[in-house]
Design a protein around this ligand. Structure first.
Ligand code: DGL
Length: 245
């Protein structure tokens, strides 16, 4: 049985867990709902928070970590790999691997922090990469997708270049964004190949056990957090509030 720790700033990582979950591993998920979004924060702050999460999860006899947050990967994964003995699987590496399986240009929707790192542009050299900073989406998702008008307004703006250039591939470069995939498709006026890096992760996850178990550990539970987690799992799902300190 493998104990896999997964973490993210918030609900995006819950969607990652839901996608990759199998009957062979134990999953321990931490989402830092109290401090989401990370995407507008500085690198040092993100390193500090990631360290707190890893130290917290350290208590669970973890075999390896999945960093289910693009923003944390581009900001803190080097620090984590240098300072802990654990293996850290990176969702942005899954993004790169997913892109390799496609042809043609790619639009990458991400947080501002991931955009500013230019991780995808710097690592994909064989085609045009259009990085699109999309900071408006995460707060709306965390809020339970109530503000549909703003959501569609932001998506229209963020997808403008994709619609203009009919960019064939759109990479969801933030783990929150699969939660608005339907809305993204509605705001595209052509058929794009929408890439969710957690699909690659799901296919490539090392696993050894045959028991399905998971724990959803969140640093805060807001008005719509339970509703969103239930919606992600498609059934009432237990969530636990934790304190990182
Ligand atoms: N889910 C995170 C990502 O993949 C970021 C959301 C946030 O801004 O906290 O980048």
């Amino acid at each position: 049985m493998t104990n896999i720790a997964v973490f993210d700033s918030g609900l995006g990582g819950v969607a990652t867990v839901k996608n990759i979950i199998d009957k062979r591993n134990n999953y321990y998920f931490v989402g830092d709902i109290k401090r989401v979004p990370y995407g507008d924060r500085q690198k040092d702050e993100i390193i500090k928070y990631s360290k707190e999460i890893v130290d917290y999860l350290n208590g669970f006899d973890i075999d390896y970590f999945i960093v289910a947050c693009n923003t944390i990967c581009v900001s803190a994964i080097d620090y984590l790999r240098e300072n802990y003995d654990y293996k850290f699987v990176s969702i942005v590496d899954c993004g790169l691997e997913s892109i390799k399986k496609t042809d043609g240009d790619v639009a990458v929707l991400s947080t501002k922090r991931t955009y500013d790192s230019h991780f995808y542009k710097n690592n994909v050299k064989d085609r045009n990469v259009y990085e699109i900073s999309s900071p408006g989406l995460v707060p709306i998702i965390e809020d339970g997708l109530r503000d549909r008008d703003s959501l569609n307004k932001y998506l229209k703006e963020y997808l403008k270049i994709a619609n203009e250039k009919q960019i064939p591939n759109i990479l969801l470069g933030c783990t929150h964004f699969p939660l608005v995939k339907d809305f993204i498709m509605e705001n595209l006026d052509y058929n794009a190949n929408i890439i969710d890096p957690s699909d690659y992760l799901k296919e490539n996850i090392p696993s050894t056990s045959d028991i399905e178990r998971h724990k959803i550990l969140l640093t805060d539970i807001m008005e719509n957090t339970q509703k969103m987690v239930d919606r992600i799992f498609g059934k009432p799902t237990k969530i636990n509030k934790i304190d990182l300190k």
